[in-house]
Write a protein that binds this ligand. Structure first.
Ligand SMILES: O=P(O)(O)OC[C@H]1O[C@](O)(COP(=O)(O)O)[C@@H](O)[C@@H]1O
Ligand SMILES: [Mn+2]
Length: 639
């Protein structure tokens, strides 16, 4: 008997136990496929993300429509939906609007509604799974209410008694909140986050905290997430990039207040060595409060200081890896200090907005003693931040370079290819990597770097930075990042970042099919789900005869003028795939008070010919395998 068989026998020691388990698993196979939810490029926009999780991208509202149409007015439907999304706040709001008998009646109506909604949200799951999704203190009552047949008079009295008791014993609010939470929990079974949780927006830490508590999630890393992982893995270059971006988006409080990393030394150093330069003021987002003048100055100084350290460290890295093709990186040695020009490619360009007083012209990549000590101190503080480490541990645990899920291929950026669609090859230490192998190579190196934060100048640590902006990085997908030129050169042609051929080819069905095959998926039924590149106004997120879906719709407020919307999400339920377009999120207070929902349109991408069941999913494949093993075990038991 194999080891697996022995384990199974221990768990199911009698013939009857095996038969019960087989029956149970067979029943699960016939349940409808549970709903998967896809989001991407959250970029620190916690409130919008939280709202989308709460409303299940419109799934909750849809269930209310389907089950209460004709019984509730559109306004009551919206109010009920808001209660399910934000039960605690909506209850408070409701209690300010009503009292006495009117309020009691509202509670009784609400009890029945939430129970009915819970019932329809639970139909796809086994009783045991539904029970696990409940607040333990209300399991007994909820099950009585869920599975009681109200049509029988005796039972109806019993049911009503429970509801009245909840009210009389002061448990009404707690019960409603618990039930709404369970509905939210059941409405989506699994969440896929296709990268870029971090940078630009104000609260990536709250997003990660929410994900840690979420019932089922996987993450495909984005290039911005890698900056943070890289910083924790000991890459000073990743750390300087993320600090520069935090300054650029006026988000330094994430570092100080959320992650408890003291920036005093950096601020003092920046104040001493840099002037106020408007080109380094933070990018201001519409509707956001302007910082005070003194704050603007300090942010500008910090952005300059971190940018200059970044450019010096880039030069050092370029010297360590001369074989890596890195245009646009470490350009400080291309400056003609007399003429105040820089050579980019073959041309010289005048420099603007310069802030190079700490650069030694003879050794432009060398950090000054103070830059060294600031950098060293910051790296240590990053590594000592328990919350940051906890968050990044979670990203490493739940994250991967790519995921295959129920026939679909999920990754943040691209698979680097040439114009004909051939996979580009990365050579590293006498080995060559391309296609799927390239992604696996990077993942292995990243895990290695993260496991050894004490090694700061080794290949694995430098590769974490390469993932951020290297030309063959699947998470980046451009030939270079023109950060230096965008700060210091006016000519726009130096700012161009050419996208990898992947981004043109992904419009072609044959190409997407080839990629699905490369990752072992069925090109007939699979889809590729991508983030990373905001879908511009007037462009289509669904491409290649529906084989490719790009869901970066711009949660990041800075990118909403480009996309013209508030973001996309994707739902994959038993009927197929639906793409949801969201309006920009206003605020939680607006959602509660005015019932503002942000769903704009829902588009069916793909409709299954036959409703999908668990048997058609990855879980189904695993269950069928288990059923086969149980049948083998059954043969060992006497009848
Ligand atoms: O808009 P900003 O802050 O200047 O950032 C632009 C930079 O961000 C990048 O687009 C990378 O970030 P994304 O992954 O969000 O696209 C670079 O290619 C580009 O240089
Ligand atoms: Mn990205």
């Amino acid at each position: 008997m194999s080891f697996t068989q022995e384990l199974l026998q221990e768990k199911f020691p009698t013939r009857q136990a095996v038969i019960t388990e087989i029956t149970n698993l067979e029943a699960i196979l016939n349940l409808p496929k549970a709903t998967e939810h896809f989001v991407s490029d959250l970029h620190g926009e916690f409130a919008a993300f939280d709202h989308i999780l709460r409303n299940g991208s419109g799934n909750i509202k849809q269930k209310i429509f389907d089950n209460f149409a004709g019984q509730l007015t559109p306004k009551s439907i919206q109010e009920f939906a808001t209660l399910v999304y934000y039960p605690t706040d909506k209850l408070e709001f409701q209690k300010q609007q009503m009292n006495g008998e009117e309020l009691d009646q509202w509670y009784l109506d609400t009890f029945s509604r939430v129970i009915k909604l819970l019932k329809v949200s639970a139909t796809k799951y086994t009783r045991s799974k539904v029970r696990k999704a409940m607040d333990p203190s209300f399991v007994y009552i909820t099950e009585e209410l869920l599975y009681t047949d109200q049509q029988q008079l005796d039972k109806r009295n019993y049911y009503n008694r429970i509801l009245h008791n909840l009210l009389e014993l002061g448990q009404a609010d707690k019960f409603i909140v618990a039930t709404c939470d369970t509905i939210q929990r059941l409405i989506v079974d699994h969440l896929h986050v296709i990268g870029d949780i971090y940078d630009r927006g104000p609260q990536p830490d709250k997003i990660v905290e929410r994900l840690i508590k979420y019932h089922s999630v996987d993450i495909q890393w984005g290039n911005h997430d890698i900056l943070w992982v890289g910083a924790m893995a000991g890459s000073a270059l990743c750390m300087m990039n993320l600090l520069r971006i935090c300054a650029r988006y006026n988000n330094l409080s994430i570092i100080e207040d959320s992650y408890g990393i003291n920036l005093r030394h950096l601020s003092m150093y920046a104040e001493h060595n840099y002037q106020d330069l408007a080109a380094f003021h933070p990018r201001m987002i519409k509707d956001e409060q302007q910082p005070k003048e003194s704050e603007l100055r300090l942010i500008s100084q910090i952005q300059q200081a971190t940018a200059v350290i970044q450019f010096k460290l880039e030069g050092q890295l370029k010297q360590r890896h001369q074989g890596w093709n890195l245009p646009g990186v470490g350009l400080l040695d291309q400056i003609d200090w007399e003429k105040n020009t820089i050579k980019i490619g073959k041309e010289d360009f005048p420099l603007v907005n310069t802030c190079f007083s700490t650069v030694d012209h003879a050794h432009p990549f060398e950090l000054t003693a103070e830059e060294k000590s600031v950098t060293e101190g910051l790296l240590n503080s990053f590594s000592n931040s328990t919350d940051l480490r906890r968050h990044l541990d979670f990203l490493m645990k739940k994250g991967k370079m790519y995921e295959t899920a129920n026939g679909n291929l999920l990754f943040h950026g691209c698979i680097p290819v040439d114009e004909k669609g051939n996979f580009l090859v990365l050579k590293c230490q006498q080995e060559s990597y391309a296609g799927q192998a390239l992604l696996s190579f990077f993942e292995k190196q990243l895990r290695n770097a993260y496991a050894h934060p004490e090694c700061r100048d080794d290949l694995a640590t430098d590769l974490t930075w390469y993932l951020w902006q290297g030309p063959l990085s699947p998470l980046f997908g451009k030939h270079e990042m023109a950060t230096f030129a965008r700060y210091f050169v006016k000519e726009e042609k130096t700012h161009l970042e050419h996208k990898n051929a992947y981004f043109k080819l992904r419009h072609q069905e044959w190409f997407c099919r080839q990629l699905l095959q490369e990752f072992g998926l069925n090109p007939e039924t699979g889809h590729i789900i991508n983030g990373h590149t905001p879908v511009k106004k007037g462009h289509q997120p669904i491409m290649a005869n529906k084989k490719m879906i790009v869901i970066d719709g711009g949660y990041s407020k800075a990118y909403q003028p480009t996309t013209g919307i508030g973001g996309y999400t994707l739902l994959y339920n038993s009927y197929g795939l639906q793409l949801i377009t969201h309006h920009p999120f206003t605020s939680k207070a607006d959602a509660i008070k005015n019932g503002t929902d942000i769903i704009s349109t829902k588009r069916v991408v793909n409709q299954e010919l036959k409703r999908q069941t668990v048997a058609d999913t990855d879980t189904g494949t695993a269950l069928k395998q288990k059923i086969r093993q149980l049948h083998q075990l059954l043969a060992n038991y006497d009848e």
